[in-house]
Write a protein that binds this ligand. Structure first.
Ligand code: GRF
Length: 200
């Protein structure tokens, strides 16, 4: 059975959705590590409750992004992970991460990429006045929120939405889509041809 590391920075509700999908048998793979860049976040408590090994690496403790990334990759490798899931991980990793895990790092992003890359995707969608946004699950490459798209789902923006209400509805979709993608990836069901990802 393959193993995977989950990287998170906050509440860890996407991590929880993955943990639940492992418990229910939807995902036929085992989490080997939950790594965060912030001590004390809820994602760590969720990992502890699920009996998953934990690691905290604080960005400020490293000289630069490259050194931070090397440490992150070392932890992931030491856990025996075959692939990696970024579930609300708010740090940008250096290219060494995708060199170590080519097309084997999965990220979830709260917009329909390539619209609204970056850390403020939900607020920017509201400010721009789009009527539809959503979430994208994609492989990580060297560019931010850019790699081959695995799955996307649209979420309507309602007239009274603020950032919190819209993000909650997007997260509800992520909680279904991300575990589905992890299950398919663990089952070896994705074929990648350049930017195009096929479910086989
Ligand atoms: C998700 O919406 C993810 O796409 C974004 O941050 C949120 C993480 O939420 N990057 P959680 O920590 O999984 O609850």
């Amino acid at each position: 059975m393959s193993r995977f590391a989950v990287l998170a920075s906050g509440a860890g509700t996407n991590l929880q959705a993955i943990v639940d999908a492992v418990a229910s048998g939807q995902i036929d793979a085992r989490p080997s590590l939950v790594l965060t860049d912030r001590p004390g976040v809820q994602a760590l408590a969720r990992a502890e409750a699920a009996g998953i090994p934990r690691a905290v690496l604080t960005f400020g403790d490293f000289d630069d992004r490259e050194a931070f990334t090397d440490a992150v990759v070392s932890e992931i490798k030491a856990s025996g992970a075959d692939f990696v899931v970024l579930a609300g991980f708010m740090r940008i990793l250096a290219p060494a991460a995708c060199e170590a895990y080519p097309n084997a790092i999965i990220n979830t992003h709260p917009s329909l990429l390539p619209a609204f890359r970056g850390a403020s995707a939900v607020a920017e969608a509201i400010a721009f006045g789009v009527k539809l946004t959503g979430c994208t699950v994609h492989f990580v490459d060297e560019e931010l929120d850019h790699g081959p798209i695995i799955a996307q789902e649209a979420v309507p923006v309602l007239p009274d939405d603020d950032e919190d209400s819209l993000h909650e509805r997007i997260k509800a979709v992520e909680h279904r889509l991300l575990p589905e993608v992890v299950a398919n990836f663990a089952a070896g069901r994705y074929q990648v041809d350049g930017r195009r990802v096929a479910l086989v």
